[in-house]
Design a protein. Structure first.
Length: 88
């Protein structure tokens, strides 16, 4: 008797899962999923935000280290430099 119930449970499981899949597919056609957040507009907005953040980081870095590129040290001001020997 136990073997018969086990044998009949497999087709019953397959039939019920098939009915569930068909009912879910039919319901899904009437109720589509909301739009994905990963659309082209979201990608453009994320790219624009990343460029804004990168620009801010570069501006802050240049503000901090800009003296190295101008030939002066970050801690000194141009007016605090000693006069050269040829100017005297």
């Amino acid at each position: 008797m136990g073997d018969t119930l086990l044998t009949l449970s497999i087709p019953a499981l397959l039939l019920s899962s098939g009915l569930y899949a068909a009912a879910r597919a039919r319901w899904r056609r009437g109720h589509p999923a909301p739009p994905s957040p990963y659309t082209q507009q979201a990608a453009r907005l994320a790219g624009r935000a990343a460029l804004t953040d990168a620009g801010r980081i570069v501006d802050e870095a240049y503000g901090t280290l800009g003296g190295l590129y101008d030939g002066r040290h970050p801690g000194t001001d141009a007016q605090q430099r000693p006069a050269s020997a040829t100017a005297a």
